[in-house]
Design a protein around this ligand. Structure first.
Ligand SMILES: O=C(O)CCC(=O)C(=O)O
Ligand SMILES: [Fe+2]
Length: 442
């Protein structure tokens, strides 16, 4: 894989200094793959190349995957070409870390998404996880459908079962939440969403666990760097992720001409924002992910009022082509809340392509018990805003997560049991709102 970097500086520093992503190419695909350019763009220059700016010249970008050709048919979008950042092995607070943190925050504010290079270990872990995912989704339906749990939302979600903004999604998913056995105190105390992960077999469990643990380390590094970039006290973000409610979705999307008719033509997952701090994703070479850039004109706060379905059929989407050997990182609702919109959750959606697509989204989250309040002191050197009733009370992440899963899976056995046993009421008890507290069992 080639990184898009300026020659002459050590690699990490080069990326920290020049790691600027631009959503430059503006080729737009109509169903007939006609190229339509917005006014002011040179179609020749924009197709699959970066627009030149006043920045110093760079090495030509060489992605291993084609640029616009992977966009799912029937969608209209700009094509985002993202530079690739490389993270250090360890964040120490060096000058390079500070510069990198600023560059990452700048890219998130401008584009809503960053791309980071996988190291060799991560490439191997993703390859193994992808192979396990292929193996799992090839199993007979009955075997997959048996992988459900009545206490946790871990396990299988059939194509057409997940609902976004009232419409079925065609994605087929295996969700992985914290794998807690039946003797675990929080499971015994019937905390909402807490329970075992119904793994189909060890061939799925081991590679997925290894990959997610590695992404957990990556998530912590990104938060540390984001703290530098935001100019907030170190630990302001990471203090919320002690025993974080990290989870993941292993995803398969059918080809658009081989669906079961339960969803909306060509739609893999409808427009939405995710719930926590960071979403670190890997995708195969097929393509399907679209995002929206941060915009002053688009206001939403998913923890207050659902942002699902937001602008789904509007203009302004950016297609993110798969780039081998990279993760993308977008932001979740709690990052937006903590930073008072300095960083915003990234709306995204997935389109079905002509081939089946495999992806994995890892969600780096606060503790289920965390009650979050906006960061003190203001972000990015901006003055702190006065508190309002809403910000003083804070947002309980476990309640936000539970609300989102109740909304997405209204008919799932887990939802039925949660309601039948009135587990929701536990969310307002002090032990569920105190980080590290364990239930007192009779
Ligand atoms: O398939 C992808 O790339 C993204 C999936 C996604 O948005 C999700 O699982 O929440
Ligand atoms: Fe998502």
């Amino acid at each position: 894989m080639k990184l898009s970097i300026r020659a002459g500086l050590p690699l990490r520093q080069r990326v920290a200094v020049t790691g600027r992503a631009r959503l430059s190419s503006t080729a737009v695909h109509s169903p007939e793959h006609r190229m339509v350019m917005p006014p002011g763009f040179n179609s020749k220059a924009a197709q699959c190349t970066r627009l030149t700016t006043s920045e110093p010249p760079r090495a030509p970008v060489q992605h291993e995957s084609p640029c616009t050709s992977t966009m799912p048919p029937g969608f209209k979008a700009q094509v985002g070409r993202l530079d690739t950042f490389e993270l250090p092995d360890k964040v120490t607070g060096s000058k390079g870390d500070m510069a990198l943190g600023k560059a990452l925050v700048g890219a998130w504010r401008r584009d809503g998404i960053i791309q980071i290079a996988m190291n060799d270990k991560q490439r191997k872990l993703w390859d193994e996880a992808k192979a396990a995912s292929h193996r799992f989704f090839r199993k007979p339906h009955a075997e997959k459908a048996a992988c459900v749990d009545s206490q946790s939302y871990s396990g299988y979600i059939a194509s057409g079962e997940e609902v976004t903004d009232g419409i079925a999604d065609y994605s087929e998913i295996f969700t992985i939440t914290k794998d807690l056995d039946m003797a675990e105190p929080r499971v015994r105390a019937k905390w909402p969403c807490h329970g075992p992960c119904p793994w189909p077999d060890i061939e799925m469990k081991e590679p997925m666990t290894r990959y997610n643990e590695n992404l957990g380390l990556e998530g912590e590094k990104l938060l540390q760097l984001a703290e530098f970039g935001l100019g907030v006290t170190p630990g302001s973000l990471t203090r919320h992720t002690r025993d974080g409610w990290h989870h993941a979705r292993v995803l398969r999307f059918p080809p658009r001409n081989a669906t079961n008719g339960k969803g909306k033509e060509g739609r893999g997952i409808g427009s939405h924002t995710d719930y926590g701090l960071l979403v670190i994703s890997a995708q195969d070479d097929v393509g399907g992910l679209f995002i929206r850039r941060p915009s002053q004109d688009e206001k939403f706060a998913n923890w207050e009022k659902s942002a699902a379905g937001l602008k789904e059929d509007d203009e302004g989407w950016v297609y993110i082509p798969p780039v081998e050997g990279t993760h993308t990182v977008i932001l979740g609702d709690m990052m937006q809340y903590l930073t008072r919109n300095y960083l915003t959750a990234t709306p995204h959606k997935v389109g079905l392509n002509t081939r089946e697509r495999f992806a994995l989204a890892y969600f780096h989250e606060p503790s289920f018990q965390a009650v979050l309040k906006p960061l003190e002191g203001g972000c990015g050197g901006l003055p702190a805003e006065p508190s309002t009733a809403e910000t003083t009370e804070g947002v309980h992440y476990g309640t936000h997560f539970t609300n989102m899963f109740l909304r997405n899976y209204p008919d799932r056995i887990t939802t039925q049991r949660l309601k039948a046993e009135n587990r929701y009421s536990l969310l307002s008890t002090p032990e569920l709102r105190t980080m590290g507290a364990l239930p007192v069992l009779a």
